[in-house]
Design a binder for this molecule. Structure first.
Ligand code: PEP
Ligand code: MN
Length: 351
């Protein structure tokens, strides 16, 4: 339930409403907008008498939230959530591009890739230090050494970094190095990890599980948001279907559907969604046409030597082409690729 305060409600009236919400055993989430304050009263599903709030001083009206996810819903926050990442707005009019290798393999590989993606116009660098691999015998990532290499690439290029965190125990360490913590598809319903990432108050990128519904993705986002951590972006990365020509099936529907259901930024990962570099650019274009706020793309200077996901990684020159094509699509729908540190942007066309 949302308690919408009057535009002229005073602080003490807001405090009294919050107190009553808490006295009823509910959680109060305050959202102070430019015009008015909205108090989200989050309970355990038991019915709450809305009249108990309706006649309190300063209260304008009560709006029930019908979705099982509350804080993630558009009802809770009709405006798109936008948060800055090192000067670039995530979820704003500009499309944000995150790129880099699947895994940090060594210093030279990461630094070369970091410079290449920066020159091409990427806004953030990706690279896994802790890798969730299907086989325990596959490369598992460099761990903390990988995080240190990411920090070096960040210092050299100025690009913020995003890297996966796999366990609650890793959260404090990964927070020290990463600008955004990635929760991978396999961990989308790792609830203790979601709680830890929420508690950290650190920006998060939450990937959709390969067999998760859109609603389950939003319920997982709700775990992070329930700790007051509002800097969450969602990522569609393809789901499992009967189709086995590609690694996954891009659920392109998920983009406009998510945008209608939630205020959170939505990005797409065309690399894992297709599993084949030949199709990455086409699906990147489709994502932007469908309304995605950004892309996370695997790029490797020598994909044939990659320790993971080489087959779906773009070479830097192909990544340059991808950005050019994505920019054209963005402009066609009144958006743009956000200005980058490389100074590449065609500028947003305001509609
Ligand atoms: C990755 O980003 O390299 C990754 C493992 O992705 P996902 O969790 O979507 O499989
Ligand atoms: Mn990968």
């Amino acid at each position: 339930m949302l308690i919408i305060m009057k535009t002229d409600a005073i602080e003490s009236q807001i405090d009294t409403v919050v107190q009553r919400v808490e006295d009823m055993g509910l959680r109060a989430h305050l959202s102070k907008g430019e015009e008015r304050t909205i108090i989200g009263a989050i309970g355990d599903g038991r019915p709450v008498m809305k009249d108990q709030f309706l006649y309190m001083p300063g209260v304008d009206r009560i709006v029930p939230i019908t979705r099982p996810f509350k804080l993630a819903s558009r009802e809770f926050s009709p405006q798109d959530s936008v948060f800055p990442l090192d000067g670039v707005d995530i979820g704003g009019q500009g499309i944000v591009i995150i790129a880099g290798p699947c895994a940090v393999e060594n210093r030279a590989q990461l630094l070369e890739t970091a410079h290449a993606v920066k020159e091409a116009g990427a806004h953030a660098l990706r690279g896994g230090a802790y890798k969730p691999r299907t086989s325990p015998y596959s490369f598992q990532g460099l761990g903390e050494e990988g995080l240190q290499i990411l920090a070096e690439a960040r210092a050299e290029t100025g690009l913020p970094v995003i890297t996966e965190v796999m366990t609650p125990e890793q959260v404090p360490l990964v927070c020290q190095y990463a600008d955004v913590m990635q929760i991978g598809a396999r961990n989308m319903q790792n609830y203790s990890l979601l709680h830890s990432v929420g508690e950290s108050q650190h920006p998060a990128l939450l990937k959709r599980g390969m067999m998760a519904t859109i609603e389950e993705l939003l319920m997982s986002a709700e775990y992070i948001l329930s700790h007051g951590n509002r800097r969450v972006m969602l990522c569609e990365r393809g789901i499992r279907t009967f189709e086995n020509t590609t690694r996954n099936t891009t659920d392109i529907n998920a983009i406009p559907v998510l945008k209608s259901m939630t205020h959170l930024p939505v990005i797409l990962d065309p690399s894992h969604a297709t599993g084949n570099w030949e199709f990455v650019t086409a699906i990147a274009r489709a994502a932007i046409a469908a309304g995605a706020d950004g892309l996370i793309v695997e790029v490797h200077p020598s994909p044939e030597l990659a320790l993971s996901d080489g087959g779906q990684s773009l070479k830097p020159e192909r990544f340059v082409e991808m950005i050019a094509q994505v920019s054209a699509i963005a402009q066609a729908i009144g958006r743009c690729v956000a200005p980058s540190k490389a100074g590449l942007s065609t500028g947003c066309v305001h509609v």
